[in-house]
Design a protein around this ligand. Sequence first.
Ligand code: TRP
Length: 446
Amino acid sequence: MENRDSFVSSLGILLAMAGSAVGLGNLWRFPYMVGTNGGAAFIIIYLLIVAVLALPIMYSEFILGRKAQSNIIGGFRKLAPGTRWGFVGVICLLCTVMIISFYSVVGGWTIDYLLKSLTLSFTSSDAEIDSMFTDLVSSVWQPLIYMFIFIVVTGCILLAGVKDGIEKYSKILMPLLFVMVIIIAVHSVTLPNSGGGVEFLFKPDFSLVTAATFLDALGQAFFSLSIGAGMVFTYGSYVKRKENIVSLSAQTAIMDTLFAVIAGVAIMPAVFAFGISPSEGPGLVFVTLPYIFAQIPYGSILAILFFFVLFIAAITSSISLLEVIVAYMIEEWKLSRKTSVIISVIVITILGSFCSLSQGVMSDVLIMGSNIFDVFDITSANILMPLGALSFVLFAGWKLKKEDFMNEISSDGIYKFCPSFRLFIYWSVKYLAPITVSVIMISGLF
Ligand code: TRP
């Protein structure tokens, strides 16, 4: 077996984690979840979940991966030999495969919109921009081809290794993306009639909140932070024991949340200004942003820049997803990295094609009322990731001895957090997280 890769620097790990977290989840999924769940109240619940629940889960997944030094399937076998805990790995792997399948479809849309921005195709006609999106997603070949390109680019980067490519480019591109989103947000709130959107974002209406809202917020938090599906576990397995897991996780969560909230501010006011329905769904961003770009000075240049960095953000996320699968194949099936990448690219292309076609010719294939794309999306975020997260905290809080847990959190005592903070982490992993996740999941599902 080849030598296990590992990250070289703490900054590299942070960038890889942030690169994974910040992606279409922030700029595409978050705004439409906010839109379909009634706005401000959803955002408040989301922020609470990130602050209270997401971190204990991320710590748990991280320390387990670092302890196991192995892929998600072999890792659990190593941590708890001969027990049923191995099943956690299976859930996570399945979840990752589902996520990357529909993620690649949206990644393909991003490429298409990047090309559209290069050919200056955004006009200021509402009807044209609307039908541009519907025409794209419902056609057969165009989205399939771009999805395939997206998957192949992801695969090629993983072939080359993560260190020199992604670490280096993320340093430049992530700040650029951040600046772009802020520019769009400023333009969006200054559009005429954007007031409704600002109100929608900041004036909560709790009468719209149901148990399902909590589950959606939970799923969105897990999706956006990439937790509960084995990605943090896998990256954790490439991390040395001297790294500060607590601060790495907190920094990742803060960056990710900032991106999401600013993306909301960039998109919602424009949605209202242009009279689009906020509950439009997955097309929301693709319909709204071209409107803004068509209206503002230098809009066509900003559009190119924006869709380019969005594409990069999507790629840094999808490589983290693919790495979970590839690490598994290399270590468990004893394949080379190249063969593993090729096989996974083929599998994802097949599954992704169903997701893509379910927006058009296969839209009448429904499973419990939803098309294949939505089934993959909802099942992974609202069922499998919470299950994965639950398993991580239960394992870290109940199966590890308390001293071991403290040791892992403090990286063998290198980082001396104050005792009450350490105890708080331990209690949130042991009781708070498992109880809250179970309650939200059960009440949301039934
Ligand atoms: N967090 C990414 C986003 O917001 C998506 C993602 C990347 C992901 N890797 C993941 C989601 C692992 C779940 C698990 O776009």
